[in-house]
Write a protein that binds this ligand. Structure first.
Ligand SMILES: Nc1ncnc2c1ncn2[C@@H]1O[C@H](COP(=O)(O)OP(=O)(O)OP(=O)(O)O)[C@@H](O)[C@H]1O
Ligand SMILES: C[C@@](O)(CCOP(=O)(O)OP(=O)(O)O)CC(=O)O
Length: 419
């Protein structure tokens, strides 16, 4: 390692999207390597609305690896962080920055420490897959800093060791995590099925029911399911393999009816294996999530207009084939109107043009909307004020990107500490 001065700092910043599974990963066959019991498929969400941004810095003056998440220092001592750091260091290459006069040889990376600062533009650990965006971003950005010369498949297998669903956030569009067979996990990687441009008119609306930290992590919940649910074996071996093929075909052919049906039934089966788990998973039948699913059924959206899916928290994702979703947004607003103190601008975030196009410029337009024809006067979904905290309107998004603009870095290039 050489440099004109000893106090240099070299940095890289990246941004990675989160993803929502339409065929769920739930259950590991190897806890340490994070190897799943079945393939899964996800859609990558627009990073403008849901993503992690991470800056990694290296300097000979750093005396240990440190990380700050959303401004607070967190420990890197856990296996998941350690596994990602170790695996990416193994692949590090030579780095040369002529301007700064820095030269790092690949073997130097074993002795150099990193500072990591990351920020999620959406709630952390609340069932919106922050771990997916976060670990994908960590691995992707470290790979840039360390000049790792590997494809995204290899990086996905490292991100997987941070959090299973993170491997799918290495790509945009539609992504499959192939479970693989090898005991080493080398073939348990993500592959892109189609880029976001393949079906660009899909609209995704996330109903954030709770942005509070979940009481039980997906990791604990799925471990319990593996240990106690006989239904999980049936799901993994007899149901998911055929469903994955049908889902791939639906995506290939832009067949929304089939896509929606597979998404909903897979979500239902994911919930079923949770119910089949000895230790009852207390979050799954909270009123609002049930009401959202019920609203979808009531309006017969499943076949024609909308797919619903929930991850491990309370939040619902509704997927619609096009901006006809303006109708969906207005229907959703009727089912779950904001509390009186909320205005529409803060109640609907993300791509607001979707609701504006539907003619909903302010709350008075929402209030004036007639109920959907499918609804009887005493619909259970009406007047559920305060049940949904807010909606995020979004679409399919791209995979991780390097951010070159210095103003976007989260670490001060002089101190090596978070800004
Ligand atoms: N930006 C980030 N960078 C690195 N790690 C992160 C980042 N954001 C979250 N994490 C890690 O992920 C953990 C949260 O994961 P957890 O699975 O509990 O929640 P989630 O991913 O938001 O929800 P879910 O997986 O159920 O959708 C955090 O405690 C932290 O360890
Ligand atoms: C319900 C899910 O979102 C579960 C995600 O679980 P995680 O990837 O968060 O779990 P670990 O691998 O233990 O970190 C379904 C999915 O994303 O496929």
């Amino acid at each position: 390692m050489t440099a004109k001065t000893k106090s240099w700092i070299l940095m890289a910043t990246g941004r990675s999207p989160t993803n929502i599974a339409v065929i769920k990963y739930w259950g590991k066959r190897d806890e340490a390597l994070i190897l799943p019991v079945n393939d899964s498929i996800s859609v990558t969400l627009d990073p403008d609305h849901l993503s992690a941004t991470t800056t990694v810095a290296v300097s000979p003056t750093f005396d240990c690896d440190r990380m700050w998440l959303n401004g607070k220092e967190i420990s890197l001592s856990g296996d998941r962080f350690q596994n990602c750091l170790r695996e990416i260091r193994k692949l590090a290459g030579d780095v040369e920055d002529e301007k700064k006069g820095i030269r790092i040889r690949k073997e130097d990376w074993q002795n150099l420490h990193v500072h990591i600062a990351s920020y999620n533009n959406f709630p952390t650990a609340a069932g919106l897959a922050s771990s997916a965006a976060g670990f994908a971003c960590l691995v992707f950005t470290l790979a840039k800093l360390m000049n790792v010369n590997e494809d995204h498949g290899k990086l996905s297998s490292i991100a997987r060791q941070g959090s299973g669903s993170a491997c799918r956030s290495l790509y945009g569009g539609f992504v499959k995590w192939t479970m693989g067979n090898d005991a080493s996990g080398s073939d348990s990687i993500a592959v892109q099925l189609a880029p976001e441009s393949h079906w660009s008119d899909l609209v995704i609306i996330i109903a954030v029911v709770s942005s509070k930290q979940k009481e039980t992590s997906s990791t604990t919940g799925m471990r319990d399911t593996v240990e106690t649910s006989p239904l999980l074996q049936h799901r993994a071996q007899c149901v998911v393999p055929a469903r994955v093929l049908l889902m791939e075909e639906a995506i290939r052919n832009h067949d929304f009816a089939s896509f929606a049906r597979m998404t909903c039934v897979d979500n239902n089966q994911f919930r079923a294996v949770c119910l089949d788990t000895t230790w009852t998973w207390q979050l799954i039948f909270l009123n609002t999530t049930r009401q959202i699913a019920e609203a979808c059924f009531l309006m017969k959206w499943i076949i024609f207009e909308v797919a619903y899916t929930f991850d491990a928290g309370l939040n619902a994702a509704l997927i619609s084939p096009n901006r006809k979703v303006a109708g969906l947004a207005s229907k959703a607003a009727i089912c779950f109107p904001p509390s009186p103190e909320n205005d529409l601008a803060s109640y609907v975030t993300g791509d607001k043009s979707i609701i504006y196009e539907a003619g909903l410029q302010s709350m008075k337009y929402v209030e004036a909307l007639p109920p959907p024809p499918e609804y009887k006067d005493e619909s259970p979904c009406q007047k559920s004020t305060r049940d949904v905290s807010y909606f995020i309107c979004t679409k399919l998004g791209t995979g991780p990107k390097v951010l070159t603009e210095e103003s976007l870095a989260l670490i001060n290039p002089t101190t090596g500490l978070p800004m």
